[in-house]
Design a protein around this ligand. Structure first.
Ligand SMILES: C[S@@+](CC[C@H](N)C(=O)[O-])C[C@H]1O[C@@H](n2cnc3c(N)ncnc32)[C@H](O)[C@@H]1O
Length: 630
């Protein structure tokens, strides 16, 4: 998907990212940019003291990285890249530059310097437009930097070492990665978050807009150049506008933004770059029509979505991400041997995963991206492996029958699995294998969402909670960590309770969580101050909801509360699409909007209803039992 029309300008170009950083690659892949990755061989050895400000060092390093790749590719390839992007991220504290730590002690030194303080993260970016003329490489360089301020909390030595021992700091500027565990160290971020991750996407798009849509003469005369153009401007840009570097230069001369930016033209022979003043039109330089940027990228992406999902599912099922975890790059042939698959099929799958940003491919072989290590390996704390396998084995066959589901208005389990079950869960629990698969799926999503659900409201007033349909206890274990005085009973069907020991967290005091088996439609509910229904209400039809909420309401004492965790729809009921798409599998239940949850809960005597949209997959609704019986 290319949301931003200016990125569409790169669709027809051979774009090269001169960086091995999986994070940069992920950021650019996520916005639909197609590019090759050619890590730069430029060593980050510029003399820091020769720069008057830290950002100048980052910009120069970014530029040198991109120049090295552009020159190398020009020598080695018949077709010179059209655009080479280089980037370098540094952390600066007290005017000192911190790059990547060389060992654990170095990481400790860096993190101690950042502890409890605000620091700056600078990413320098160089965009080089290349053009080969008479076997001479001509280059037009644009560079800029972005600064984001980040503050660390006061962190204990123990926490710093725990973080260092996780291994995460080692390949990260300043010794931390904000997008994963390192996020826990951070008190606030002022500025572009992605800049801290490694690439200032927003500024990059603005810079491209300046290059591809320079201001018209009229604008040049009237525009105040005291800031970089706002994102809104992109929407008004027509793809038909012509653009060339002469105009760009006029624009860049007027760029008095606080953000440093420059446009410089270089031409080089096969090895080194020398300054010149050539101009080359950006558009149509390869005879490519501008209509390429009008591709219906969103639709094309949706057309291909099933291939991408299946590639992820198969790679997960074959445990390729487990195989590559914490290892150096591996060749396709070795991976195929280890997982017992064909070499040619495996190579295609690995390339597909690399193109989807799940793996990194270098001449040494394939390795996991950070995301793959965190979310796709089967044993990670935030592993989505369970849900991915459930999606492949259960949801995929159901969605294959979507046409029937729409025509007939009913669940398609009989078509997908050859049998009809009256109750959704009877399906899941008919065999030990499916039972555990379903529990693993619930566990992975619950783990990812538990902290946000547990902290959506201050629940410290409650002494006891009962998580109805609490499955593996993932939310319960999170709650007792956040609220040490809370005891939680997980109430679920006997088939589930029998298998919960496998999911108990290691190294956590488990006593405050107990498991009770029963049927919440039929049996007495355990006593508690707070009842929880997480991802339960959306599964059931109104009659069943009536039974369940009547029981919960009856057992609630005045002042007791009910916490509902669900994805809350907007009032139009078209977003978030993750919930709208889930409805397509046609359980008898439904997803609800804020006003629908309010109405439903009020009907069963709940009051003071508060809804918190968490930004995670699950939102939270808290309500209290009023002092009247129904
Ligand atoms: C969609 S899962 C949600 C699990 C968990 N609350 C979460 O958010 O991850 C629904 C849970 O309700 C449980 N459940 C279904 N019918 C039940 C019943 N009649 N009595 C008790 N639990 C039930 C299922 O076993 C399952 O664990």
């Amino acid at each position: 998907m290319v949301l931003n029309p200016v990125l569409g300008k790169l669709v027809s170009k051979r774009v090269v990212l001169a960086s091995a950083s999986p994070r940069r690659r992920e950021i650019l892949t996520n916005v639909g940019l197609r590019f090759e990755v050619v890590p730069s061989w430029f060593k980050e050895t510029l003399e820091k003291s020769s720069f008057t400000a830290p950002y100048e060092y980052a910009v120069e390093t970014a530029k040198q990285k991109a120049l090295e790749v552009a020159n190398r590719m020009h020598v080695k390839h018949m077709r010179t890249p059209d655009v080479v992007i280089g980037a370098d991220t540094i952390v600066s504290v007290d005017e000192q530059i911190l790059e990547k730590p060389v060992d654990k002690q170095d990481a400790y030194r860096m993190l101690s310097r950042l502890n409890g303080k605000e620091h700056s993260v600078f990413t320098g970016v160089a965009i080089i437009h290349c053009h080969s003329k008479d076997n001479q490489l001509e280059m037009e360089i644009t560079d800029f930097y972005e600064e984001t301020k980040v503050k660390f909390s006061e962190l204990s030595e123990e926490l710093l070492w725990e973080y260092i021992d996780s291994g995460e700091p080692m390949d990260k500027a300043g010794g931390y990665g904000i997008q994963a565990l390192g996020g826990m160290l951070v008190e606030y971020v002022h500025g572009d978050f992605l800049n801290v991750v490694g690439f200032p996407l927003n500024h990059f798009c603005k810079k491209l807009a300046e290059l591809y849509y320079p201001p018209s003469k009229h604008n040049i005369q009237h525009k105040k150049y005291d800031s970089i153009p706002s994102v809104d401007t992109f929407e008004n840009l027509s793809d038909g506008e012509s653009s060339n570097f002469t105009e760009h230069k006029a624009a860049s001369k007027l760029d008095h933004s606080g953000m440093r930016s420059s446009g410089a033209a270089y031409t080089s022979g096969n090895t080194s770059a020398v300054r010149t003043g050539f101009t080359v039109p950006l558009e149509n330089q390869n005879g490519v029509s501008q209509s390429a940027s009008k591709l219906p990228s969103k639709i094309l992406e949706l057309m291909d979505g099933f291939r991408a999902s299946k590639a992820l599912f198969v790679a997960s099922k074959l445990k390729i991400f487990d195989h590559l975890k914490d290892k150096g790059p591996a060749k396709a042939v070795d991976i195929a041997n280890d997982v017992g698959t064909s070499v040619c099929g495996t190579e295609r799958l690995l390339d597909a995963c690399a193109s989807l940003g799940l793996l990194e491919k270098t001449p040494q072989g394939y390795s996991n991206t950070d995301s793959a290590n965190t979310y796709l390996t089967s044993d990670g704390k935030y592993s989505l492996h369970g849900y991915i396998i459930h999606s492949n084995d259960h949801l995929w066959p159901l969605f294959t029958n979507l046409e029937f589901a729409v025509k007939e208005g009913s669940r398609q389990n009989h078509r997908a699995f050859g049998k009809k079950a009256d109750d959704l869960f009877k399906d899941y629990y008919h065999s030990q294998e499916v039972n555990q698969r379903f529990m693993a799926a619930m566990h992975s999503i619950a783990h990812l969402t538990a902290r946000d659900v547990a902290t959506a409201f201050d629940l410290s007033q409650f002494k006891s909670a009962c998580d109805l349909g609490g499955c593996t206890g993932a939310l319960a274990y999170e709650l007792v960590q956040v609220y040490p005085n809370l005891k939680v009973t997980v109430f679920d069907l006997p088939e589930v309770i029998a298998n919960t020991s496998y999911f108990q967290p290691s190294g956590q005091h488990t006593a405050p969580v107990t498991f009770v088996s029963g049927d919440f439609f039929k049996d007495n509910l355990p006593e508690a101050d707070l009842y929880i229904l997480s991802r339960v209400l959306h599964d059931w039809p109104d009659e069943k909801i009536h039974v369940l909420l009547s029981k919960v309401s009856a057992v609630c004492r005045p002042g007791s509360a009910l916490l509902v965790a669900e994805t809350v729809l907007d009032e139009q009921k078209t977003h978030p699409s993750v919930a709208v798409l889930q409805s397509l599998s046609m359980t008898e239940g439904k997803q609800r909007s804020s006003s629908e949850y309010k109405q439903l809960l009020e009907k069963y005597g709940f009051t003071d209803i508060q809804i918190k949209i968490t930004g995670n997959l699950l939102d939270a609704v808290l309500c209290f039992k009023k002092n009247l019986s129904l």
